[in-house]
Structures are given as C-alpha cells and as structure tokens.
Design a protein around this ligand. Structure first.
Ligand code: FAD
Length: 514
C-alpha cells in the first residue's frame, strides 16, 4: 500500500493513470468514496483568493475512514490531510495542496441524537462534526422544541469548522462562544487515534481542539448543550451618533443579570450617508421602515453606530408584558429618539436572517466574488482609538458590507482552549464583512487586502491590545506573536497530538518538515 501511495503522491498529474483512483481506494480501504478528478470543491473557499489543488477529495462514511486516511498519510513523508467543513474560510485554511481533503459534510447526518434534560442536567445533542448549524437548528427546534444556546450570525457553517475557531454571535456575551457550549468531543488525532474527550476525560485534547484551528485532531462528533427554544423574538435596532454612548449602552447590557437584559446583543458601525449598502438604508429591519436622517444631530460625524438587540418570548407570553420589559430596558440606553426599528419574527426566522442576505447576494453574483474579510478582537481599552483611527479614517466610506462591533466578556471563554484573546474582561469583536463585486466592477481585491494590512499595522503601531479572529499569517514569527505566551503551549499540543504535522496544512502554522 505504501509503495502505491508513494508513487501516487510523488507522481505528477499527467502521470496519474485511470486506475489510480481505484488503486488509491483499495490502498485506503474506505467505506466512503474518494475522488481524484472532481476536486474543485476542495480547491476553493468563500474568501475566493486562494486555490490549492488536492490529490484527492475523500467523502468519509464515518470516523473509521478518517482514521485510515490519517494513518496512511503518517506513513509518508509529505502527505497532509485537511478536514473541510463548509469551506467558509477566507484564506485557504481548509485546503491541502497535493494533500488529502476530507469533506466532513459527507457524514453530516451521523450521529444526530438529542438527549432531553434529566434532573438538573441540561439537554444536549450529539451531532456530527460535519453537520451544518442551520440543519441542527431546524431539527432541534422542529422535532424537539430545543435549540443550541450560542450561535454564529450565519448558519451555513459546520459544527467542526466553527468549534475549531470559536463561533461568535450576539448570544456569546451570556453563554460564551460555541466552544464554551460543548461538553464532549470525538476526535481523530493526527496520530490516527480516535479519542473521546471532555473537561474530565482526555481534557488536554479537548481544550486543544477547541479553537485549535484544526491542528490537533478532526472533530467527528460534538456534544452541544441545548435550551428550550423560544417561539418568537423581538428584534430591535437603535442608533447613536457618538461612539462612547454606543459602547456605554452595549457594555451596560452585556454586564446585566440574565433577567435584566436582552438575549442577543450586537452592534455595527455605518456610514452617515444615504449609501444603500454602507449608509442609513442598512439600518431598518423591514421594507416598510424608513431611516429619517433629519433625526441625526448636527454634531454627528462621518460614522454612526447601531446597537442591535433581541428578546426571546413564547407565544403564550402577553405582548403587553413584552412591551413593558423591552421599554424598561430601552429606556436606559440613551439612543437617538425616533431612530429605533423593531420587528417581531419567529425564532427560526431570526436565526436564519443571514440566509436571506445570502440568497440576495447569490442572485447578484456577490456571494461568489472574493471576500477579503478581516475579523479582530480589540480590547475595551483601545476600542475608542480604534474607532477614531480605523472606522472614522481608514473606513470612513464603509467596506461594502457590515462593519460589526460589539462587546464580549472574557470570563465566558475558557482560557484552557487554544483561542487567544486580548487582556481584560471586556473586549470587542470587529468584523469587516466586505461584499464587493469582482473587479473591474468593484475595487481590485489587492486594494482591499492592502487596506486590511493597513488596519492591522495601525493597531500594531498604536500598541493596541488586539488579536486576529480566524487568524491568517504566513510566517512562524507572526504565529508566535499571535499566540504570545501561549505559543509554547500550542507547540506542545502539536507535539502531543499531531507530531508529524499532518493536519490542516492550510493554516500555514506548521509544515511536515518541522
Ligand atoms: P472550513 O472553512 O471548512 O474549515 C475551517 C478550518 O477548520 C480549517 O482549518 C479546517 O481544516 C478546520 N476544520 C473543518 N472542519 C473540521 C473538523 N470537523 N475538525 C477539525 N477541524 C476542522 N464566525 C463566527 O464566529 N461568527 C459568525 O457570525 C460568522 N459568520 C460567518 C459568515 C459567513 C458568510 C462566513 C463565510 C464565515 C463566517 N464566520 C463566522 C467564520 C466561520 O466561523 C469560519 O470561517 C469557519 O471556519 C467556517 O466553518 P466551515 O465549516 O466552513 O469551516
């Protein structure tokens, strides 16, 4: 088998013979399938800026197939293996140049097992690492009236893909990221071992894998905590002219007790203009709502801020009680009067809100254009300067899409995971979600990448306490700086669980010749 794989790996494409696929299949002895021809899916991602052709795309039947693939790769000196979730990375993180890419979605329905709450224990679901959050939501709510507690804004992402990063949305201030809401994992390590791990069993592997950028193992199953799903959501946006008033209100809300705040808290910066994408029209929640610019104070600058909140409720709740609670909480937030937008939608519709944007953006070709997105965590101590130097100067005309900015609480993150964060209890996520038409209709992608670099440089030059979220670096020096005093731990974890550096080569942290 090894001799065969050697020839396959070292041969070039022109030499790849017709019977190679069946030979490779025989060598790996998979229950699933292997494709060396139609590997296109695995050589691109949502970012649309990187391409790497793998040797083969593998659709595993189950964890045993993944074990076989990893073990086969370990017997060669240069073969790598990348798990591909839904390929929604920006910078080729799920790719493997001339390696083996495992399409995790091939096993997305296996397992799916909901366990209701027993006594004081929370209900949970055991779900495949290749499951889409969107499908998890639909099944949990419609079949069981239950729902995960912590989300991402967009749900066309896999469980394994987001847990390898963190998974952040407007519920994270209360429950932490998705990686704080998982109690057990089944993982195939870079040594080809299948391990069950949790806070108490194989805990080092458990915490390594969470936020581990795919470096230590492939998540084949995750146990995710659930809660009773609400029926409805009151979804509200309010506007601020001043950044310090916006941050004061947002920080006030994220630090309140659970029964004295909203269930979802986010925010975004937008341009003080009638630009349909970057400006006032991006704020109303419904087509029958109108943003009245006459309400903006004369003193406002080039950028305005929107606080976005939501409150869950049941169909059986009295609407007058919801009104009273919402008004009591809004009354303390000091936003611009009459720049308040509100709708009541079903819980499912609320959580699938970005799907509607996806459909629009697919229709106008923007979904398939390059997406040079930038995500950062910025400490509360530096967020005002970030606003002054980045939002108000570098990004004063917007990014062609949402510029999210909202506070998170460090105490809701477990510092035993592999994620690195700024210091201090409160930090902000900043997400620059660029949707531009491809050049020449839109700006050249190089210009946008250069603007991202300018922002990172600005943060570094001014000594901001910040970290990239969904980080992308090319040199070990940069990775060392990113992990800071956690770099040694990260390297030790690699040595323990993937010593030959087989996994997730697209992250460009370690190479097989290390
Ligand atoms: P992929 O891109 O396929 O993989 C990402 C990395 O994880 C790769 O290194 C891959 O090898 C590894 N990996 C994949 N599956 C596994 C597995 N089972 N086990 C181990 N490693 C694995 N993030 C947020 O936190 N909040 C958001 O609101 C949010 N919204 C987004 C909206 C859009 C439109 C997009 C494109 C991205 C968004 N993201 C968000 C970012 C997203 O969480 C990450 O890009 C995530 O990695 C994508 O998941 P994926 O399943 O497509 O993973």
């Amino acid at each position: 088998m090894i001799a065969y794989l050697e020839r396959f790996v070292h041969g070039n494409e022109a030499e790849t013979r017709e019977d190679d696929v069946s030979n490779l299949r025989k060598a790996l002895d998979l229950q699933g399938s292997i494709d060396c021809e139609s590997t296109g899916l695995a050589s691109k991602d949502f970012g649309g800026m990187h391409a790497a052709k793998p040797l083969a795309l593998i659709r595993p039947f189950g964890a045993d197939d993944i074990v076989r693939v990893v073990r086969a790769a370990s017997r060669l000196s240069n073969l790598t293996v990348a798990a591909r979730g839904n390929g929604h990375s920006i910078n080729g993180q799920a790719m493997a140049d001339r390696g083996l890419v495992i399409d995790m979605r091939a096993m997305e329905d296996n397992p799916f097992n909901v366990v209701p709450s027993r006594g004081s224990s929370l209900p949970y679901v055991d779900v495949s690492g290749g499951a889409l959050w969107e499908n998890l939501l639909k099944r949990c709510v419609s079949e069981f009236g239950l729902s995960p507690r912590s989300w991402t804004d967009y749900l066309g992402l896999t469980v394994g893909g987001t847990l390898s990063n963190a998974g952040v949305s407007g519920q994270a201030f209360r429950f932490g990221p998705q990686s704080s809401n998982v109690t057990e994992l089944e993982v195939v390590t870079g040594k080809g071992d299948t391990c069950i791990c949790s806070e108490t069993e194989n805990s080092e592997l458990f915490f390594s894998v969470l936020g581990g950028l795919g470096q230590f193992g492939i998540i084949t199953r995750a146990r995710i905590l659930l809660q009773t799903a609400p029926d409805m959501v009151r979804w509200i946006r309010v506007v601020y002219a001043e950044f310090d008033e916006f941050t004061r209100a947002a920080e006030f809300l994220v630090t309140r007790a659970e029964d004295d705040s909203f269930d979802y808290i986010e925010g975004f910066a937008f341009v003080n203009s009638d630009d349909p994408v970057n400006g006032w029209p991006s704020v109303p929640l419904d087509s029958d709502q109108w943003f009245d610019p006459a309400r903006i104070p004369q003193t406002a600058g080039s950028i305005l801020y929107c606080l976005e909140v939501a409150l869950h409720y049941r169909n059986s709740d009295r609407l007058s009680t919801i009104d009273t609670n919402v008004n009591r909480m809004l009354g303390r937030l000091g936003f611009i009067e009459q720049l308040k937008f509100q709708v009541d939608v079903s819980y499912m519709k609320f959580l699938l809100r970005v799907k509607r944007a996806e459909q629009q953006s697919m229709a106008n070709g923007m979904w398939d254009a390059p997406h040079p997105w930038l995500n950062l965590f910025v400490s509360k101590t530096d967020i005002a300067d970030f606003n002054r130097l980045v939002f108000k100067k570098i990004l004063k005309v917007g990014v062609g899409g949402p510029m999210l900015v909202y506070p998170l609480l460090r105490s809701k993150w477990d510092d035993r995971t592999s994620v690195v964060l700024p210091r201090g209890e409160i930090f902000y996520i900043v997400a620059l979600l660029r949707f531009n038409p491809s050049s020449p209709k839109g700006p050249p992608v190089e210009e946008l990448v250069a603007q991202n670099q300018e922002i990172i440089k600005c943060c570094t030059k001014n000594g901001f306490d910040f970290k990239l979220y969904l980080p992308h670096y090319k040199s070990e020096e940069e990775w060392k700086r990113h992990f800071g005093n956690q770099w040694t731990r990260f390297v030790e974890r690699k040595d323990s669980f993937d010593p030959m550096a087989i996994l997730a080569p697209g992250q460009k942290i370690f190479s097989r010749n290390r």
